[in-house]
Write a protein that binds this ligand. Structure first.
Ligand code: LLP
Length: 415
């Protein structure tokens, strides 16, 4: 197989025996992340966009091993918070390969990022509101600045992830040229940016094209820009029969829509890099036949993988313990006391028994990152694979981890 590997890695392509042995060794629920697949995905992106500047949207998976792998694959880091900036720098991204995209940034984030910028003056900060520039200036920032435009075009797999037209994000695109003129004397204006949304499929390509076209026009109206960043959002197939997005088609559409610009094209995918590099393993706690279906209770829940509860997202699920059993229609549910804690309803699954191990596919992007401790449930462990090696990348959280931050009602908590 080439360095880029296959265009898509489906749940059925994982080594079932290996996954079972990992769950035996490390317990469940367990995230498993294959670093080789992360490398392949980075490689494919670089092949499809050879001239572009590529950053990885750290929010998709900010684990140390993933960040180091992306760094070594020559892709930079796009960070959405001070915490992500910190983790990128800690993972060895040099300052000139780190960009911070401020979204309604809390003062503490700006304090922290500016102090990190002082040590890494090649870092770039992207702002989506004019007054964020004032707040940065108050803290002494006069470095590399990028303006995030709101191009009025959103796209993506769910209403909740369509960013490009939402007033929360970016500066209305027609105001960006004037603002660019205004800030020029105070900072080094290096780029413009926009992001349509997440999980863009082949059907959304026309929206992507229109966004890129508007960004090309914007970039041509401002002199001296280094880059024009058209965001991330490249989708991956979550359903078994869904064809993969053609990266080449996206790249062609992007180049054509951008037109000639002195500014270099930049992209910042997250999901594409990590989604199919990860699976979530979970054991069956309980099997309950009710008149209309079979309810399969598993030890992962919406606190482990939020996407189905939040976006009705589909994740492929298979029974690794009993792949040949007769398929039955199931509800696959978690242990959280919430109606929305359901991974699938009406899903055909090889009839499971208590103790069976299930795998949920495409869990590498926005999986662990969105995990929570709701219902006082510790977050899961994560194992990384690299070739024949596997090792614990993140230990399982304990109940002590959850309670360690609090004091009794009568204890004085120092601020
Ligand atoms: N750039 C910006 C400014 C973004 O806001 C995002 C994602 C990305 C890049 C990367 O998008 P990607 O290539 O990963 O689609 N939790 C949701 C996705 C939220 C994405 C938020 N922003 C999900 O699980 O589907």
């Amino acid at each position: 197989m080439s360095e880029g590997g296959p265009a898509v890695r489906r749940l059925a392509d994982w080594d079932r025996e290996h996954l079972r042995s990992l769950a035996d060794e490390f317990g469940s629920p367990l995230y498993v992340t294959d670093l080789q697949r992360v490398r392949e995905n980075c490689h494919r992106l670089r092949e499809a966009f050879p001239d572009a500047h590529i950053s990885y949207a750290v929010k998709a998976h900010a684990g140390r091993a993933v960040l180091e792998t992306v760094r070594d694959a020559g892709i930079d880091a796009e960070c959405a918070s001070a915490g992500e900036v910190e983790r990128a720098l800690e993972a060895g991204f040099p300052g000139d390969r780190v960009r911070y995209t401020a979204v309604n940034p809390p003062a503490a984030d700006l304090d922290h990022v500016v102090s990190r910028w002082e040590e890494n003056p090649e870092m770039t900060i992207t702002v989506g509101a004019a007054d964020t520039i004032d707040r940065l200036r108050e803290r002494g920032f006069d470095g590399r600045l990028c303006l995030r435009a709101n191009p009025g075009i959103g796209a993506g797999h769910h209403e909740k992830v369509r960013t490009g037209a939402h007033a929360k994000f970016g500066i209305p695109i027609d105001r960006v040229p004037d603002l660019a003129e205004d800030v020029r004397d105070d900072v080094a204006l290096v780029g413009v940016h926009a992001h349509a949304g997440s999980g863009i499929s082949g059907d959304d390509l026309s929206a992507h094209r229109e966004l890129v076209r508007r960004m090309g026009d914007l970039a041509r109206s401002i002199d001296g820009l280094e880059f024009v960043d058209v965001g991330g959002g490249f989708g991956v197939p979550y359903r078994e029969d869904e064809p993969p997005l053609s990266l080449d088609a996206v790249a062609d559409a992007t180049r054509e829509a951008l037109g000639d610009t002195d500014a270099r094209l930049a992209i910042e995918p997250g999901r594409y890099v990590v989604a199919d590099a990860g699976v979530l393993l979970s054991r069956v706690n309980t099997v309950k036949d009710v008149p209309e279906t079979t309810v399969v209770g598993i030890d992962a829940g919406m606190t482990t993988l939020l996407r189905p509860a939040m976006y009705d997202a589909y994740h492929a699920i298979s029974n690794l313990s009993r792949p040949d059993a007769e398929a039955v229609s199931t509800i696959i549910a978690g242990p959280v006391c919430e109606t929305s804690d359901v991974f699938a309803d009406g899903r055909l699954l090889a009839r499971p028994e208590r103790g069976d191990l299930l795998a949920l596919g495409n869990a590498g992007a926005y999986g662990y990152e969105m995990a929570s401790t709701y219902n006082s449930r510790p977050r899961p462990a994560e194992v990384v694979l690299d070739g024949d090696e596997s090792r614990l990348a993140r230990r399982r959280e304990t109940l002590d981890d959850i309670t360690t931050l609090e004091r009794t009602a009568s204890e004085h908590i120092p601020n």
